[in-house]
Structures are given as structure tokens and as C-alpha cells.
Write a protein that binds this ligand. Structure first.
Ligand code: NAP
Ligand code: FER
Length: 334
């Protein structure tokens, strides 16, 4: 059997290009003691990967040139040397951009393929869904009746943020790019309002959509969108700094947040967070998210690219807003 994988060919400058990635082929090898061989069905492409290929040191080591791209995948075990995981089990883990992956059973989580489509374990029932949950409930601390504003509202994290806020009795206002995404945010995702940051008069529309101001801002994007939101923040409001995607492809250091005087006069608290900080709560949190999905209270969308050869394009497209909901790459399965 041949294994195809995507390696980093060059460090991107600015917006990543197809030529920054290269497809490689090698025979599939056999799992060692305590390891499983997984046939990948879906691969995730995520914004954080832009940081991992930049060469910058962070919570994790960067991907080196020639190394296989990092990322979470979900698939089926086809060989197992573990007592805990059997052939046929569906699992998720950090398997990288490859069609077949060998991983220690300890690094794999078994998922229930009958409870949700496999791809959901990379989105609403995976890292992005948990990010929405923790950002709201552990970092911002939302209370019923508050107005919660989220940027990147039509994306994987953002679409869950507004719905979880509403499940807690909050008013949810989403910010997204384009009228189609905004219709989805108020329609299928049921937010109270959506504002298109690409339209003329964005700030005026945001003000109209938040007549009582904003109590919690879940920031996925930074930049000019966040500049606008800061002006609508209420006294004692909280900002959960989740992502700054508008800056990820920046070549020069961006201008810092300029509107921090609002934080003084309104005693605003802002806190950055990483989803991994809350890992010990994952089982309980995922059970809650799965129950909401099962009961139709938490909706999700996915944009599916097909084939590992299209993974880089899917990643580049997602950074530019081509996705609706969670961007995944389908490699196998029905
Ligand atoms: P996503 O929202 O599904 O996809 C990225 C979206 O970003 C695009 O669809 C695009 O939507 C938007 N975008 C791109 N450039 C933009 C710009 N210049 N200004 C405004 N919006 C822009 O991605 P995701 O996986 O849910 O991640 C969302 C954010 O959460 C990212 O910043 C990510 O880094 C962060 N995150 C953080 C953690 C953590 O632990 N802290 C974990 C997961 C994700 P539009 O079409 O609306 O522009
Ligand atoms: C993300 C953005 C940034 C993310 C993680 C980070 C898991 C962490 C970056 C760093 O430590 O440098 O979307 O998702």
C-alpha cells in the first residue's frame, strides 16, 4: 500500500502558496508495540497551522521544511497492537496530513461513529467546538441576558459560540464576511443579528445591532473588526481573545490595538486562552456538546474538500474565507 502525505516545502511569506507544500509517496509501514495503523477518513485544516509553518517558536515546535504537516484527523483502525483499541474502531488524533498514520494508542481517542458523522469530531465535537465552549464558559463567563458578540461567526468556532451563548440565555450578535454568511448566521445558526464587516457602513450596522452595547466579545479575527467592536463594549465587559486571523499572514508587524482607553474607562477585562488549557474538562464538555447536537440545539456546517492533493488549497482557501463552517478534507469513507 502506498501512503501519500503533504510536507512543508518552503516557509510561506504572506499568504501561503501551493508551492509551499509538496505531496510525497512512501510505502505504508507497520505499527509497533502499543501502536495502531489508522486509515484516515477526514483531515482537519485549521488557522493555527499558519503559525506552525512560520518557524516561530510557540507552545509547540514548528513544522520543519520537509516534515509532514501537523493536524488532527479522524479515521478507522486497520491494524492494532493495543489492548484498548480494536481493528474497526474509529479514532481521532494528531495524525498529520497523511492518508495512513501510525500512532500510539495512548494518543488516540475512540469516537462514536453512530452518534455523529466522523467529520464532526474535527469540528463541533472536536477542538473548535471545545474552543467555543471554553472561551464562553471558562474565560468570558457569560450570564443570561448579556449581549455576546463574536467575530468569524460563520466559521467553525464562531458558529458554535453564538449558539452556545443563546443556549445560556444571551443575545448573540455575529460578525462575518458577506451577506451569504450573515444570512446563515441568523438563519440556520439562529443568532439574533449578523453584521457583514465587508459592507459599507459596518460600524453603523454593528451599533444598530447592539443597541445595549456588548458585554462579551469573543474575538476570532482582530484587526479593524476588533477596533470597531471595542467601541461598543460596556462597563465591566469581557473580551475572550481566541484568534487574530486577520494578522496571520501579515509580513510586517501589525499596528497594535489602539483603542485600549475604552478598557480603562469601562474597566474591561481581556484574556487570551488556548483550548488545550482546559483539557481536563474535555470529556464532560464534549458530552454536553454531543447532547446539544443530538437534540438539534447546536447546528454545524462543514466545507469538504476531496483528496489529500487538495489539502493545501483547502487550507489556503480557509485562511481567505472560502469556507462556511468547519473546513475538512475527505480522504476516504462513504
Ligand atoms: P474559521 O472561522 O472556520 O475559518 C477562518 C475564517 O476567518 C474565514 O472563513 C474568514 O471568514 C475569517 N477571516 C479570514 N481573514 C479575515 C480577516 N482579515 N478579517 C476577518 N475575518 C477573516 O476558523 P476556526 O477554526 O473557526 O478558527 C477561528 C479563529 O479561532 C481563528 O483565529 C483561530 O486561530 C482561532 N482558534 C483559537 C483557538 C485557541 O485555542 N485559542 C482554537 C481554535 C481556533 P470571513 O469570510 O467571515 O472573513
Ligand atoms: C489557534 C491560534 C493560535 C490555535 C492555537 C494557537 C489551537 C496557538 C499559537 C501559539 O501558541 O503560538 O487557532 O488553535
Amino acid at each position: 500500500m502506498t501512503n501519500r502525505s503533504i510536507v512543508l516545502a518552503a516557509r510561506p511569506v504572506g499568504v501561503p502558496k501551493q508551492s509551499d507544500f509538496r505531496l510525497e509517496e512512501a510505502p505504508v509501514s507497520s505499527p509497533g508495540a502499543g501502536e495502531c495503523l489508522v486509515k484516515v477518513h477526514y483531515m482537519s485544516v485549521d488557522p493555527y497551522m499558519r503559525g506552525r509553518i512560520s518557524g516561530r517558536k510557540s507552545y509547540a515546535a514548528p513544522v520543519e521544511i520537509g516534515q509532514v504537516m501537523v493536524g488532527a484527523s479522524v479515521g478507522q483502525v486497520i491494524e492494532s497492537n493495543s489492548d484498548r483499541i480494536a481493528v474497526g474502531d474509529y479514532v481521532t488524533g494528531a495524525l498529520g496530513w497523511r492518508e495512513y498514520a501510525i500512532a500510539s494508542a495512548e494518543d488516540l481517542r475512540v469516537v462514536d461513529a453512530s452518534a455523529a458523522p466522523l467529520s464532526a469530531y474535527l469540528g463541533v465535537l472536536g477542538m473548535p467546538g471545545l474552543t467555543a465552549y471554553y472561551g464562553l464558559l471558562k474565560v468570558a463567563g457569560i450570564e443570561s441576558g448579556e449581549t455576546v458578540c463574536v467575530s468569524g461567526a460563520a466559521g467553525a468556532v464562531g458558529s458554535a459560540v453564538g449558539q452556545i451563548a443563546r443556549l445560556h440565555g444571551c443575545r448573540a450578535v455575529g460578525i462575518a464576511g458577506g451577506s451569504d454568511k450573515c444570512s446563515l448566521v441568523t438563519g440556520e445558526f439562529g443568532f439574533d443579528a449578523a453584521v457583514d464587516y465587508k459592507s459599507d457602513g459596518f460600524f453603523k450596522t454593528l451599533r444598530a445591532a447592539t443597541p445595549d452595547g456588548i458585554d462579551v466579545y469573543f474575538d476570532n479575527v482582530g484587526g479593524p473588526v476588533t477596533d470597531a467592536v471595542f467601541q461598543q463594549l460596556n462597563v465591566r465587559s469581557r473580551v475572550a481573545i481566541c484568534g487574530q486571523i486577520s494578522q496571520y499572514n501579515a509580513v510586517d508587524a501589525p499596528v497594535g490595538p489602539r483603542l485600549l482607553w475604552h478598557f480603562i474607562t469601562k474597566r474591561i477585562r481581556a484574556e487570551g486562552f488556548l483550548v488545550f488549557d482546559f483539557r481536563k474538562h474535555d470529556d464532560e464538555s464534549l458530552a454536553q456538546m454531543a447532547a446539544w447536537v443530538r437534540d438539534g440545539k447546536l447546528k454545524y456546517r462543514e466545507t469538504v474538500a476531496e483528496g489529500i492533493e487538495n489539502a493545501a488549497a483547502a487550507f489556503i482557501g480557509m485562511l481567505g474565507g472560502a469556507n462556511i463552517g468547519k473546513q475538512v478534507v475527505k480522504l476516504a469513507g462513504d
